[in-house]
Write a protein that binds this ligand. Structure first.
Ligand SMILES: NC(=O)c1ccc[n+]([C@@H]2O[C@H](COP(=O)([O-])OP(=O)(O)OC[C@H]3O[C@@H](n4cnc5c(N)ncnc54)[C@H](O)[C@@H]3O)[C@@H](O)[C@H]2O)c1
Length: 259
């Protein structure tokens, strides 16, 4: 028996990295998953992987900064699978610069994806989740940068810190439906966002993502990096019955990067 048998989950930013690992794990645990991402080609590959393993999945390519895309994602989940039990707001992007060099475009993109994108998805899912006895789960994805700040990430730290207040508000407003809302603050997970910037070839939205080698090496002197599969396990916990009475919490999953 899977931990999510009979459940329907929507996961954003699921074409790669942590979101992909969430989708594969949730499907293995019995959930039907609607995966979404701005990047359509790798997203479709995730659906293929889930189906090949005997799971249920559908994809909708969309941009979380656009409310109409988020609405289509939620409508498609409800249409294909009949309901939405779990929403994982995982889409995110870094756009790093020191405070005095950060542009409006860098600030706006980062905040729009992490913070407004999460708000957009929750708003869009409201018609399917705000029901007596719904017993749903919302898991938002933040970072230790939102808890302790980070040099070069004023936009990202502010957006991720904002998710903590957003999460507590959803927990309070929707608690009466039996819905829990929590936020996971990751430390260092080995994905496209944390690879060596200097070694990356591909630009994402017109800029290289990743971390300067010097900074990466310094972090790795102190913490054990997680794989996306490691990072997915606490999300599964928060989505499962085991976490039915945990809400409004920030779960620090950082191998001690923040304590
Ligand atoms: N990797 C880490 O160490 C780390 C640490 C703390 C927090 N996080 C957070 O974890 C989440 C997942 O990141 P990851 O490390 O797996 O990175 P990733 O780059 O591997 O995956 C992020 C996904 O989000 C998608 N995305 C970006 N903008 C989008 C948009 N506008 N609409 C829809 N999808 C969009 C990307 O296409 C990508 O597939 C992010 O919210 C990130 O901020 C990661």
């Amino acid at each position: 028996m899977g931990k999510l048998d009979g459940k329907v989950a929507v996961i954003t930013g699921a074409a790669r990295g942590i979101g992909e690992a969430d989708a594969l794990l949730f499907a293995k645990e019995g959930a039907a998953v609607l995966v979404s991402d701005i990047d359509e080609a790798p997203l479709k590959e995730v659906v293929k992987k889930i189906k090949a393993a005997g799971g249920k999945a559908e994809a909708y390519a969309g941009d979380v900064t656009k409310l109409e895309d988020c609405q289509k994602v939620m409508d498609m989940a409800a249409q294909k699978f009949g309901k939405i039990d779990i929403l994982v707001n995982n889409a995110g992007l870094t756009r790093d610069a020191l405070i005095h060099k950060m542009t409006d475009a860098q600030w706006d993109l980062c905040v729009d994806i992490s913070l407004k994108g999460t708000f957009n998805c929750i708003r869009a899912a409201s018609q399917y989740m705000m029901k007596e006895g719904h017993n749903g789960r919302i898991i938002n994805v933040a970072s230790v940068a939102g808890l302790m700040g980070n040099v070069g990430q004023i936009n990202y730290a502010a957006a991720k810190a904002g998710l903590i207040g957003l999460t507590k508000t959803v927990a309070r407003e929707w608690g009466r439906f039996g819905i829990t809302c929590n936020v996971v603050a990751y430390g260092f997970v080995d994905t496209r966002l944390t690879r060596e910037k200097e070694a990356q070839q591909e630009e994402v939205g017109g800029e290289l993502v990743g971390i300067p080698k010097k900074v990466r090496d310094m972090v790795l002197l102190q913490v054990k990096p997680m794989t996306p599969e490691d990072a997915a396990k606490p999300v599964l916990f928060l989505a499962s019955d085991d976490a039915a009475f945990i809400t409004g919490q920030t779960l620090n999953v950082s191998s001690g990067m923040y304590m």
